[in-house]
Design a protein. Structure first.
Length: 329
C-alpha cells in the first residue's frame, strides 16, 4: 500500500484551518481530522485528494504555503536526525532509506556538479494532487535546509513538470529564484558549496543514536500498514465466545472509529465481515482437528448460540459438516 505519514496530512489540514477552512469540511474526508490521533499513516491517494480539494478551495499556491509552514520538528525523530547530519546535502543521501517514514511514494537523487547540484524529486504525477504534493515537497525542502544550516541559503533554480497556475506569487516568495514549469523533471538546485555546508548542530554520536531510532520507526511504519488485519483478527477471536462482535466493539478496542477501521481493513483487501468468517473458520477447523471438544462447545467458541447455525455455516465454509470434517482427520 502506498501511504503518507499522518503528520504531513495533519499539517495540511492545520494550514487549511488557518486559512479559513471550516473544521466540519475537514471532518468530512475519508480520514477526518477528528480521527487523526488514532492513525499513523493515510493512503497516499487520500493525501493527494486532500491536496486537490484544498487547492480548489484556497486557490493556487496553497501547497507551496504548506511547505513553507513545515518545521523540522514536524518530521519527528527523522527531522532531529537531519539537524545532526554532518553536512546539509546528507539529507538527500538518506532519502531512499529513511523517507519511508514520511511516504513510500518518492525518493530524491542528487546530481552533483560544479558549481551547481541538482536534486531530482523522483515521483511521476498521475493526478493533480500528486503534482501539488510535489510542489509542497520542494517548498518544504527550502525550509528544512535553512533549518539544518541555520542560514538563509536559497535554491538557484526550481523546475516543475506541470504547467504554471494562474497565480505564482506564492512560488516566487517561497523559492526566491528562477522557477520553470513544463520541464522534463521535478527538481531543485543549489550551489554544491551550500549542500556541502556543515550543519549547525552536527554531532556524530547523537546522529548515530537518532538514525537507530529512525530505523526502528521506519520498520514500524511498514508493519503498521499490514498489521491492522491481524490485530483485528486476534481481538475477534477473544470476543467470539461471548458472541459475534460488532465492528463498533472491535474499533473501540483499537482506538479508532468504525469508519476508520473499515477503511484500514479495505486498504489490506479485507472487510470486517471477511475477518469474522476467517476467524470463525480457523478456530473451528483447529478445534475439530486438534481437540476432543464437542460440536456444541466448538459452536460456542466460534460465536454461535445454536449448534444448528454453526453446522450450516461450517458446511458453507468447507462443503463438509463438522462431523464429516472431524472424521477425516
Amino acid at each position: 500500500m502506498k501511504y503518507t505519514a499522518v503528520s504531513l496530512y495533519r499539517k495540511m489540514m492545520d494550514c487549511a484551518l488557518k486559512e479559513g477552512v471550516a473544521m466540519a469540511y475537514l471532518n468530512a474526508f475519508k480520514t477526518p481530522y477528528k480521527d487523526l490521533e488514532a492513525v499513523k499513516a493515510v493512503p497516499a491517494e487520500e493525501f493527494f485528494e486532500l491536496h486537490e480539494r484544498l487547492d480548489d478551495t484556497l486557490g493556487p499556491g496553497f501547497s507551496i504555503r504548506v511547505g513553507q509552514q513545515m518545521k523540522i520538528e514536524d518530521y519527528g525523530v527523522l527531522g532531529l536526525s537531519w539537524r545532526t547530519c554532518s553536512y546539509v546535502g546528507e539529507i538527500f543521501e538518506r532519502s531512499e532509506r529513511y523517507f519511508k517514514m514520511l511516504s513510500n511514494t518518492y525518493v530524491f537523487k542528487v546530481e552533483k556538479g560544479n558549481p551547481f547540484s541538482v536534486i531530482h524529486l523522483l515521483r511521476e504525477p498521475h493526478r493533480k494532487g500528486l503534482e501539488l504534493s510535489n510542489e509542497a515537497t520542494l517548498s518544504a525542502t527550502v525550509v528544512v535546509l535553512r533549518a539544518m544550516s541555520e542560514s538563509n541559503i536559497s535554491p538557484t533554480e526550481v523546475c516543475f513538470k506541470h504547467s504554471a497556475p494562474s497565480d505564482i506569487s506564492s512560488y516566487e516568495k517561497a523559492f526566491n529564484c528562477p522557477i520553470h514549469f513544463n520541464q522534463p523533471q521535478y527538481s531543485i538546485s543549489y550551489t554544491t558549496a551550500d549542500l556541502a555546508m556543515r550543519t549547525a548542530k552536527a554531532d556524530v554520536s547523537i546522529n548515530r543514536f537518532l538514525v537507530e531510532r529512525v530505523e526502528e520507526e521506519t520498520k514500524g511504519m511498514e508493519i503498521n500498514a499490514n498489521r491492522i488485519a491481524s490485530d483485528c483478527e486476534n481481538l475477534i477471536q477473544d470476543a467470539l465466545p461471548s458472541g459475534i462482535p460488532s465492528i463498533h466493539h472491535i474499533a473501540s478496542l483499537m482506538g479508532m472509529s468504525n469508519r476508520t477501521l473499515a477503511r484500514r481493513l479495505a486498504d489490506n483487501g479485507v472487510s470486517f465481515r471477511d475477518l469474522i468468517k476467517k476467524t470463525q473458520e480457523r478456530i473451528a477447523t483447529n478445534l475439530l482437528r486438534n481437540s476432543s471438544r464437542s460440536i456444541a462447545e466448538i459452536a460456542f467458541e466460534t460465536g454461535f448460540s445454536e449448534q444448528s447455525a454453526f453446522n450450516r455455516a461450517f458446511k458453507r465454509w468447507t462443503d463438509q459438516t463438522p462431523v464429516e470434517f472431524r472424521n477425516q482427520q
